[in-house]
Ligand binder design. Structure first.
Ligand SMILES: C[S@@+](CC[C@H](N)C(=O)[O-])C[C@H]1O[C@@H](n2cnc3c(N)ncnc32)[C@H](O)[C@@H]1O
Length: 258
């Protein structure tokens, strides 16, 4: 049984209750009737469990053990894609060099911000996320994006180029019969990337795994390029890449294998 609790917003519609019950059944966790209970109360009564809240209008939300609300949004991808349109560089984009029609594997989907940047040129991105709750929130968020006129058209279009899979990246890469133009990894950093990081709530619940040497080797068998986003000089050991791409003064670097 998973430690997450599934509930609804207060005063839910029948449809929301039945969706919450279905998610609980499919993801093997407990459904708890919301009634008038606060999220804090539900969480403390369940050993500080994270909570997934079903809300038809606002989409799925997570309440983390540190009492933060996390929901899917395009975050910095909006600014990053906007910058690309004004010919300003994006470090990941420059390292991967995606093109329309290319097939790219994003082995750490998370909130799909990197995936959106890569998909914005018309590349087809497959995003892998091992955590089933993060996968559910992000994949639903991406699906709803298309109908959400609040987002710029370029975000709605990019979201259509992303397919997601809930699977461990090592398992997928080991068994993949598909070939890609690039495989990208963005494992969780030891320290957050920005102080006001909009990924902070995700950091609390995300899995922290690092690609093994075998996975990198195997990735190079199914792709002509592998790009790993790292925290410069803080990252665990990596096989020597073909080259590093490192912005001046930035603590983020990309290990590029070709
Ligand atoms: C730093 S976040 C990725 C952020 C993402 N690139 C973005 O732009 O939103 C790392 C994500 O990889 C997921 N993850 C960790 N280990 C994984 C694995 N072995 N297979 C698939 N996903 C994994 C984590 O749960 C987390 O959501």
């Amino acid at each position: 049984m998973e430690k997450w609790i599934i509930t609804t917003k207060t005063k839910p519609q029948e449809e929301e209750i039945s969706k919450a019950k279905n998610i609980a059944k499919n993801l093997n966790c407990i459904y708890e009737e919301r009634r008038e209970k606060t999220l804090k109360k539900i969480s403390t009564q369940n050993n500080n469990s994270p909570i997934l809240i079903v809300n038809k209008k606002q989409g799925l939300k997570a309440y983390t053990p540190n009492q933060k609300i996390w929901f899917w949004h395009p975050g910095l991808s909006k600014i990053r894609i906007g910058s690309l349109k004004n010919n300003l560089p994006d470090h990941l984009y420059r390292s991967v060099k995606p093109k329309k029609g290319m097939k790219i594997l994003d082995a750490n989907l998370g909130m799909a911000h990197d995936a959106l940047v890569l998909a914005s040129c018309g590349a087809n991105v497959i995003g892998l996320e091992k955590d089933k709750f993060i996968h559910l929130i992000t994949s639903e968020g991406l699906k709803k994006t298309n109908k959400n006129k609040e987002y710029p058209k370029f975000i709605r279009k990019a979201a259509l180029n992303i397919k997601t899979k809930c699977i461990d990246n090592e398992t997928y890469i080991k068994n993949s019969k598909d070939n890609f133009d690039a495989v990208c990894f963005s494992p969780m950093f030891v320290k957050p990337q920005f102080k006001s990081d909009d990924m902070m709530p995700l950091r609390e619940v995300a899995l922290k795994s690092w690609p093994t040497e075998n996975t990198i080797k195997r990735s190079l068998k199914i792709s002509r390029k592998v790009v790993i986003k790292v925290e410069y000089e803080k990252h665990p050991k990596l096989p020597e890449p073909t080259r590093w791409s490192h912005g001046q003064g930035s603590r983020i670097a990309y290990a590029i294998y070709e």
